[in-house]
Design a protein. Structure first.
Length: 202
């Protein structure tokens, strides 16, 4: 099979190779502290197991609606209203199996070939592959301790170009674990809103 030429821009996710090697060493009796992958080192809590088993036993094994269970979407809407006083109707909520699925959908819906996306450097390595999958371009913006290794409104302003269509901001950051301050996030939102009034995804 001939692979699409755009796949040449997709880089390996080396952390999985590190995990494979770490597990080999563990099998040989070595004591390994896993810092390569964001996976809990504890079992699934029993109440979650019980709820999952009960759900399956009740016959809920069919396809769910594409946007996710309405009951779950309503709970999330309620959460945002109660915790943040934000009105997020369930029509704007989509459930995905993790953030990567959400990124793929959002980027696929908003990027055209040649568009540019700003990413912090360092950032989660897979994000650049998601962007390149749609023939869009990645622009890495170096971040340092003075911005808690996060993008800032000033950095967005400095690096935003005519073909920039998006930026991805993770809080907490992967891999640094830092949090973007609410005031700085608001400045970033205000800046993007100037570029694309009422036409952005969060």
């Amino acid at each position: 099979m001939q692979v699409a030429s755009r796949m040449e821009a997709i880089t390996p996710f080396y952390v999985m190779e590190l995990l494979r090697r770490a597990k080999q060493l563990e099998a040989q009796g070595r004591n390994i502290v896993h810092m390569e992958i964001g996976e809990p080192d504890f079992a699934t809590p029993q109440p979650i197991i019980d709820a999952g088993v009960a759900y399956i036993k009740s016959g809920h094994v069919k396809y769910t609606p594409a946007a996710g269970l309405p009951e779950l979407r309503q709970k999330i809407s309620d959460y945002y209203r109660q915790r943040y006083q934000l009105s997020v109707p369930i029509e704007r909520l989509f459930i995905t199996p993790g953030a990567s699925g959400a990124f793929l959908l959002a980027l696929g819906a908003s990027l055209n070939p040649g568009d540019e996306v700003l990413l912090s450097d360092p950032c989660y390595p897979c994000n650049q592959s998601f962007i390149r999958l749609y023939d869009a371009k990645v622009k890495f913006v170096p971040v340092y301790a003075d911005t808690a290794y996060q993008l800032s409104a000033d950095l967005l302003r400095q690096h935003w170009q005519a073909n920039t269509r998006a930026t991805l901001i993770a809080s907490p950051s992967n891999p640094t674990g830092t949090i973007i301050q609410a005031t700085e996030l608001k400045k970033c939102i205000d800046f993007v809103n100037l570029k694309f009034p009422n036409n952005y995804l969060w």
